[in-house]
Design a protein around this ligand. Structure first.
Ligand SMILES: [Zn+2]
Length: 195
């Protein structure tokens, strides 16, 4: 169903960074294919947030032999490295703010709301509903969407503008189910129209 974007809507683009793109340290398959969809959305929304994983080199999630399923990962998105930069085609200059997460060595943060100023920043601007795009569906997208609900926002998953790690297999579908069950709405990017 087509939906017009209003002044009370915000777009949250999760972690569209080189290390999560094909060829990156922690690649999400076809993660780069959603860049054009997200660029169109960045034009439509009045409020636009980019989140980024922004880890110190000794972050607790990094492992020499990562198992993934125990949420240990290869080193990724280390602060001030090329892998932590946004995808070069992402129109990051359209962002109203960039939210860094996982910035402390001893703390994991999948959600853009965890230990950040994002909730207050959005509420200060009168935002009531957030639309979530980016990677990875089964980790940071899911946590961000669920935390948006907890913070009192309506939340919409832009179904064709997210991609998952799907490790362990099935985790992407499970994440979508969990979000819908929790009350996150689902929408396709073509249904999102300028006001
Ligand atoms: Zn990370």
């Amino acid at each position: 169903m087509p939906m017009e974007i209003t002044a009370r809507d915000a777009l949250i683009v999760v972690d569209m960074q080189n290390d999560f793109m094909p060829g990156g340290a922690l690649a999400v398959q076809a993660g780069d294919q959603i860049v054009p969809l997200i660029n169109r959305l960045l034009d439509i929304f009045p409020t636009r947030v980019l989140t980024r994983d922004w880890h110190p080199p000794d972050h607790l999630s990094f492992a020499a032999n990562p198992l993934f399923i125990d949420q240990s990962w290869p080193a990724h998105c280390v602060q001030n490295t090329p892998g932590a930069e946004f995808h070069p085609q992402l129109r990051q200059q359209l962002a109203d703010t960039i939210v860094s997460k996982g910035t402390h060595a001893g703390q994991e943060a999948y959600s853009g709301f965890q230990s950040t100023e994002l909730e207050g920043w959005l509420k200060q601007r009168g935002v009531e509903r957030v639309f979530v795009a980016g990677v990875a569906t089964d980790y940071c997208v899911k946590s961000t969407a669920l935390d948006a609900l907890t913070a009192g926002f309506d939340a919409c998953l832009i179904r064709d503008a997210v991609r998952g790690v799907d490790n362990p297999p099935g985790s992407e579908a499970a994440a979508v189910s969990a979000m819908l069950k929790a009350g996150v709405n689902s929408i396709e990017s073509r249904e999102i129209l300028p006001a």
